[in-house]
Design a protein around this ligand. Structure first.
Ligand SMILES: NC(=O)c1ccc[n+]([C@@H]2O[C@H](COP(=O)([O-])OP(=O)(O)OC[C@H]3O[C@@H](n4cnc5c(N)ncnc54)[C@H](OP(=O)(O)O)[C@@H]3O)[C@@H](O)[C@H]2O)c1
Length: 305
C-alpha cells in the first residue's frame, strides 16, 4: 500500500516521504480500515508517540495521521461492534502507525459509524478537533448554559468546534486569535472577538471557563480572568498558570464512540460545521502538509478519490 512515513524528528513535516509499505495485519480486536480520508495535526511531529512505542522504543519509520474516515475491510479475532463494508470514522492510537496510508489497523473501540450522507473528507476532519472540544468543554470544563467562555484560537480546527458546541450549550463565547481570524471566528458563532496582537485581552472582564490552545503568556494572562470556581482547560501541555480560586486542567483527547456519534449527528443536522482549510490527494500530501502560506482550518488528505 502507499503510505506517508517519517523517520527523522528534526526534519519535521519536511522529512515526510511517500513510500510503498505492506498492509497492516489485523490483531485481536483490530479492524482494518480502507482509508478514504485522513486528518493531520501539524504538531504531530513534536509528539513522542510519533517516534516511539509505549516502551519508548524507536518505531520509525512511522506513519503519521490519527484521524480517519473510511470503510471496514477486515476484522481481527474477537472484534465486535463494526462489520466489513461499514463506513466509519475514528481516532487512531497515538503509538501505532496512523492514517496517512491506504489501510490502517485500529481497535474497534476507536471507531464510530459514519452515516452515508456524511462525506469522508468531512468525517476525517472531525475526530481530534471535535472530541477535543467536546471533552474540554463538557468533561473537563463542565460548561453550563449562561456561563462565559474565553475560546482561544477560535478560528482554528479545535477553536471552531469549541465555539459552536459552547454556543449550542448556551454559553457566551469570546473568541480570540489573529487579526485575520475575526470574521471567521464570528461566523462560527463567537459573540465577540479579541485580536491577541492588537486588543487588550484583559478588557474581556471575568469569564467562567478558558479553553486554551496557545499556552505561554496568553495562558498565564487568561488564568487571571477566571471567576472564583472557574476553570482553565488547556490542550497544549501541563498548565503553566492556575486561576486564583479555580481549577487548571490539561488533557489529551481520547477516543469515545458515543461522543463521536453526537458530533456526527450535529454535522448531519447542521448544528456543527467543520473547518477544512485544504484538501489534497495522498500523492500530493507531502506538499500539502508543508504549506508555504498560512492555512487556517484542517488539512485533510483524500486517500481515495
Ligand atoms: N491535547 C490534545 O488532546 C490536543 C488535541 C487537539 C489539538 N491539540 C493542540 O492544540 C493546538 C491547536 O490545535 P488546532 O488543530 O486547533 O490548531 P490550529 O487549527 O492551527 O488552530 C490554532 C489557532 O490558534 C491561533 N494561534 C496560535 N497562537 C496564537 C497566538 N499567539 N496569537 C493569536 N492566535 C494564535 C492559530 O493561528 P496561527 O496558525 O497563525 O498560529 C490558529 O488559528 C495545537 O498545539 C495542537 O497540538 C491538543
Amino acid at each position: 500500500m502507499k503510505a506517508i512515513v517519517v523517520t527523522d524528528q528534526a526534519a519535521g513535516t519536511a522529512g515526510m516521504t511517500l513510500v510503498e509499505r505492506s498492509e497492516p495485519p489485523a490483531a485481536i480486536n483490530d479492524v482494518i480500515v480502507e482509508v478514504h480520508a485522513s486528518g493531520f495535526v501539524p504538531t504531530e511531529m513534536e509528539w513522542p508517540s510519533t517516534w516511539t512505542d509505549r516502551s519508548e522504543r524507536d518505531r520509525t519509520p512511522s506513519i503519521p495521521g490519527h484521524e480517519l474516515a473510511g470503510v471496514v475491510s477486515a476484522l481481527g479475532y474477537g472484534t465486535t461492534g463494526v462489520s466489513v463494508g461499514q463506513r466509519v470514522l475514528g481516532l487512531a492510537d497515538w503509538h501505532r502507525d496512523g492514517t496517512l496510508a491506504e489501510y490502517v489497523a485500529i481497535e474497534a473501540r476507536n471507531l464510530a459509524p459514519l452515516p452515508g450522507d456524511v462525506d469522508f473528507t468531512v468525517g476525517a476532519s472531525l475526530p481530534i478537533s471535535g472530541l477535543t472540544a467536546w471533552q474540554g468543554l463538557f468533561d473537563h470544563g463542565h460548561l453550563r448554559a449562561g456561563q462565559t467562555l474565553l475560546a482561544h484560537g477560535a478560528a482554528g480546527a479545535v477553536g471552531t468546534m469549541v465555539t459552536q458546541l459552547a454556543r449550542e450549550a448556551g454559553a457566551y463565547v469570546i473568541g480570540t486569535g489573529r487579526a485575520d481570524d475575526r470574521e471567521k471566528a464570528l461566523e462560527f458563532g463567537a459573540h465577540e472577538f479579541v485580536d491577541l496582537d492588537n486588543d487588550a485581552l484583559e478588557d474581556v472582564g471575568r469569564v467562567d471557563l478558558v479553553f486554551d490552545v496557545i499556552g505561554g503568556d496568553i495562558q498565564k494572562r487568561s488564568a487571571g480572568l477566571i471567576r472564583a470556581g472557574g476553570t482553565l482547560v488547556t490542550v497544549v501541555g501541563p498548565p503553566e498558570a492556575r486561576p486564583a480560586d479555580g481549577l487548571a486542567v490539561d488533557f489529551v483527547v481520547e477516543s469515545d464512540r458515543a461522543q463521536l456519534s453526537e458530533i456526527v449527528k450535529r454535522v448531519r443536522d447542521g448544528r456543527l460545521r467543520t473547518n477544512i482549510g485544504n484538501v489534497a490527494t495522498l500523492d500530493d500530501a507531502v506538499t500539502a502538509l508543508n504549506p508555504t502560506e498560512r492555512v487556517t482550518g484542517k488539512t485533510v488528505i483524500r486517500v481515495r478519490p
